[in-house]
Design a binder for this molecule. Structure first.
Ligand code: ADP
Ligand code: MG
Length: 709
């Protein structure tokens, strides 16, 4: 097994209309020996892994033999939108033409409309369409072992048709004519499927928008060696390679992730991070592919292209997230699986009871049985969760909140305690050097020591020091290592040991613990630095918001006690753990987790273990840091209001899921008895069922604009 290289494949498949269709495909491919099979009817995607690329046609054939159409095969990042009418739309309009006169016959007393041969002629095209549409899918679903709702529709429409046909063949009169029932069931359910298809497509529009951002051209810069000049070549952005240089003019979409090596400009990052204000960038800054240059001109050296770009990672992450469903899905799947067989049994019992146990005419008993079949379609049940999750995650992604899956929605909406890291999370992390004092060394040599050491760290303090001391002489150390949450240690060629870090590294040489960074040479204090950063905008509001929601807020930091206390009282945080080393931070999270559901909010750079340990890890930095593995929720900009939004988004998504489930379930369960006692005709049942599906999808779509609470 292990020497096999598995290749992962994604198909875009058309025609999956409910969870059971997806489950059917999944089962079938698993039987054929494909691994990691995932079918998602909301996105129309089937992905799996295979050991041999010769198996690709087999997978395609298997899926098509189940009655679905494979539209595209690929790595899943470049689907176009289909043009023209989808097959489901064509089928509906075709059957509608024949069904309308049949329905009219119920209201209008024109003789020809009531002629049984005329009705038969109108019904045949509808029935044949339905027979193949529902019959095929029903048949294959039976074979795959997960019976889908099409079985019910097929049985219902076929029973009405066959019964009417017998009446026509034997000339049994109008009591036997239920052609309009058969045709209406087919047309109305097709109508429902069509509306559902259209709205389910809308649920995935957020991801389509991101995918569209990827389609881009690049102005690649080519240096001409002989003349020393430069030419610009317009190419597909996908063809640019790492290390190559591109020109971005104002109005252009940045084609790749990269670093600016020339020029300045103002970028619109709203499509990636949700940041609505333009962001100014200059030489040395990072840019993210898919953002738009509003003004200025940039030359960018590509640092990531294709699958490695931030945008591509976001898309993959959202796609993966959609496959992961909240825990309620297990319940819905269980119900869904037993639903269809149960309904068939109930329908047969209804028919038997009324026809044998009472003196109700057989045709009325049959209609009650058919009504039971048609009303009980579990499709709304199948749509309830995935559509809400897809819309919820999509909406969040658009505002720069990446929620890694349905289970993260569950967890995030269940938290009761929020632990904040301080630096870079509640404070801007943009430090300013307030004061520096040197002992026995020139300021210049201290500067170059600090500069050369902090170059190796990406802690916000380190970044502030390297930016302020830019131009200081660079010292080549033999060895440099960073101790997260403590500082940096370096050894030079002469064997001198330098340490720059918090009071932890200096406690044995000085009693003054009031400074931020201490610099030691061979265990002797040679300098200290005081730095300052500002509280982030909206921090106090966020804490107030969370506390109003009943959440306990905690500050957890490696910084000094006084500073933490000052910040906590400024923001209204009651609980403070200061001077915590990374390992101690973990212990605090562990201890708090004993009797609370803890969300840890940090920058994901220095506190990744704490994020992973917490019930929910939330990382907040900027769009270049998407790939924070330990976080369940990634906020793509440092804006604290996003956290409140994420909180609202997960709660509102979960609420929508529950509403949908309630509606779908309550509806099916309460309508079945009505159909059993004859209070619903099959046609009304078909209508009601189609309406219930559409309502569920519309409720999910409402999440796009719904107020997040
Ligand atoms: P916080 O919990 O506030 O985010 P950290 O745990 O990241 O803070 O860091 C705690 C302290 O350790 C900092 O206030 C600083 O004094 C020191 N420190 C951490 N990394 C560095 C570094 N690269 N250079 C100097 N000092 C550092
Ligand atoms: Mg930190």
């Amino acid at each position: 097994m292990s020497d096999h290289i598995f290749q992962s494949v994604t198909f875009k498949v058309e025609g999956m209309s409910c969870t059971n269709c997806a489950l059917g495909i999944q089962r079938t491919l698993e039987k054929e020996g494909f691994h990691q099979v995932m079918a998602d009817f909301t996105t129309g995607e089937v992905s799996f892994e295979m050991g041999d690329s010769n198996q690709l046609p087999l997978a395609e054939k298997r899926i098509e033999s189940l009655g679905y159409k494979v539209l595209e095969t690929g790595n899943g990042n470049g689907y176009g939108r289909r043009k023209g009418m989808a097959p489901i739309e064509k089928k509906f309009w075709f059957t509608a033409i024949f069904t309308v006169p049949l329905i009219l016959s119920m209201f209008i007393p024109i003789d020809i409309l009531h002629n049984d041969l005329f009705q038969l002629a109108l019904t045949i095209p509808v029935f044949i369409t339905g027979f193949f549409h529902f019959g095929r899918s029903a048949w294959f679903s039976l074979r795959s072992g997960v019976t889908n709702m099409d079985v019910l529709i097929f049985l219902g429409s076929t029973a009405a048709f066959v019964y009417s046909l017998i009446g026509t063949v034997y000339g049994l009169g109008h009591d036997y004519m239920f052609y309009e029932t058969s045709a209406s069931i087919i047309s109305i359910v097709l109508l429902g499927n069509m509306l559902e298809y259209r709205s389910v497509r809308k649920t995935t529009s957020a991801i389509d928008d991101l995918v569209r951002l990827q389609k881009n051209t690049a102005k690649r810069l080519i240096t001409e060696i002989h003349e020393g000049g430069e030419t610009v070549e317009e190419v597909d952005a996908a063809l640019v390679e790492t290390g190559e240089r591109v020109l971005v003019n104002s109005g252009d979409k940045v084609p790749v992730d990269g670093e600016i090596y020339w020029g300045t400009g103002s970028l619109d990052e709203s499509l990636i991070s949700g940041e609505s204000l333009p962001v100014d960038k200059k030489k040395g800054d990072k840019v993210v592919g898919g953002t738009i240059l509003l003004s200025g001109s940039l030359r960018v050296k590509a640092t990531a292209t294709g699958k490695d770009t931030v945008l591509s990672q976001i898309i993959t992450m959202v796609r993966e997230a959609q496959k992961d469903k909240p825990s309620l899905q297990n319940l819905a799947d269980k119900i869904s699986r037993i639903f269809v067989p149960t309904v068939v049994v109930l329908a047969i019992l209804t028919l038997l009871y009324w026809s044998l146990g009472t003196d109700l005419p057989f045709r009325d008993s049959l209609m009650r049985g058919i009504a039971v079949l048609v009303i009980a379609c579990p499709c709304a049940l199948g749509l309830a969760i995935p559509t809400a999750v897809v819309v919820g995650l999509g909406r969040s992604a658009k505002s720069g909140i990446l929620i890694k899956g349905g289970s993260a929605i569950d967890k995030f909406s269940a938290i009761d305690t929020v632990v904040f890291d301080k630096t870079g999370t509640l404070t801007s992390g943009k430090f300013r050097i307030r004061e520096m004092r040197c002992f026995g060394k020139s300021e210049e040599s201290v500067r170059s020591l600090l500069y050369s050491m902090e170059k190796h760290s990406n802690h916000p303090i380190a970044q502030a020091i390297t930016t302020s001391f830019k131009g200081a002489g660079l010292i080549r150390f033999e060895q440099v290592e960073e101790h997260k949450g403590v500082g940096v240690k370096a050894t030079d060629k002469q064997g001198n040991v330098f340490v720059a870090g918090s009071y932890h590294v200096a406690a044995h040489v000085t009693g003054d613990d009031s400074h931020n960074v201490y610099l030691l040479m061979n265990d002797e204090l040679i300098a200290w630095v005081d730095l300052e950063d500002e509280v982030k905008e909206g921090a106090a509001e966020l804490i107030a918001f969370l506390q109003k929601k009943g959440l306990r807020c905690v500050l957890l930091s490696g910084d000094r006690q006084e500073r933490c206390d000052a910040l906590a009282s400024q923001l209204g945080i009651g609980e403070v753990y200061a001077e915590q080393l990374p390992g101690q931070k973990l212990e605090v999270i562990e201890k708090l987790s004993e009797n609370a559901r803890v969300a840890m909010v940090g920058d994901g750079i220095n506190d990744a273990p704490a994020l992973a340990k917490a019930y929910v890890g939330v990382s907040m930095s900027d769009a270049t840091q998407v790939a924070v593995k330990s976080a369940d929720v990634v906020l793509l900009k440092g804006d604290l209001s996003l956290l409140a939004k994420a909180f609202g988004a997960t709660r509102t998504t979960l609420r929508t899921v529950k509403e949908n489930l309630f509606w779908a379930f309550f509806y099916n369960v309460s309508a079945i008895p009505l159909a059993m006692v004859g209070l619903l005709t099959p046609i009304v049942a078909a209508f009601a069922m189609a309406v219930s599906d559409v309502i569920v999808v519309l409720n999910s779509l409402r999440l796009k604009t719904r107020k997040l609470r």
